[in-house]
Write a protein that binds this ligand. Structure first.
Ligand code: GLN
Length: 230
């Protein structure tokens, strides 16, 4: 005789800022979260036996949520920085990125980071791009809740440049059909994304082990190829 059985495990809440394609975004047809980070985190959940439940938050609300313990982890294209590592813990790196400069197609005067002095720049609030751009001499910074909105400001001619994660800006141009914008110069930084956890989370080891297994068994590679090609 079947008795009432509790099979569901406690959800493992993972925060993400859902407007950072192709890492995290909302599928237009299903309304579900999708993207490289989302697929990777689901795979980690399967590997580690965690019931992943995503929670959308503004990017600058993610670290406070981890500190308050309202979420167990975050995957959000978040760069591992020494400054952040003082307040939260990071998994091993899972993606190599870096900041790129984007300008309008017809701009021939901005070709490098040095050329950004005294310019108007749009950035996403709370990001490494915002920090880098904020250090430029004479810069006029406009901050937005998402990278997509910052890029739109550039298209609209309201700013001279956007400083944002290269894979996201390139995806917007090459895949999402963002028109009239190009990437110039070298990458401004080399950055590595990590899964963020509350400081000294008991799940850190589990998540690192799962990531290692996904890299070793080829599943990481197939998720990578699905979103970025070969
Ligand atoms: N990688 C950048 C950072 O960590 C941007 C992340 C994001 O906007 N989701 O600040």
């Amino acid at each position: 005789v079947p008795v009432f059985s509790q099979t569901a495990t406690t959800p493992f809440k993972v925060a993400t800022e859902p407007a950072f394609p192709p890492f995290e975004m909302t599928d237009q047809n299903t309304g579900e979260l999708t993207g490289f980070d989302i697929d990777l985190m689901k795979a980690i959940g399967e590997e580690a036996g965690l019931k992943i439940e995503f929670e959308s938050l503004p990017f600058d609300g993610i670290i406070p949520a981890l500190q308050a313990g309202t979420v167990e982890a975050a995957i959000s294209g978040m760069t591992i920085t020494p400054e952040r590592a003082q307040t939260i813990s990071f998994s091993r790196p899972y993606f190599k990125a870096g900041l790129a400069i984007a300008v309008r197609d017809n701009n021939n005067t901005i070709n490098s980071f040095e050329d950004l002095k005294n310019k108007k720049i749009a950035v996403q609030i709370g990001t490494t791009g915002a920090k880098q751009a904020g250090q430029i001499e004479g810069v006029e910074l406009s901050t937005f809740d998402s990278a997509v909105l910052a890029l739109q400001e550039l298209v609209n001619g309201k700013v001279d440049a956007v400083v944002n994660d290269a894979p996201v800006t390139l995806y917007a141009i090459k895949t999402a059909g963002l028109k009239g914008v190009k990437v110039v110069g070298e990458l401004v930084t080399e950055e590595y994304y990590g899964i963020a956890l509350p400081k000294d989370s008991p799940y850190l080891q589990k998540i690192n082990d799962a990531l290692e297994r996904l890299i070793a068994n080829g599943r990481y590679q197939s998720i990578y190829e699905q979103w970025f090609g070969i």
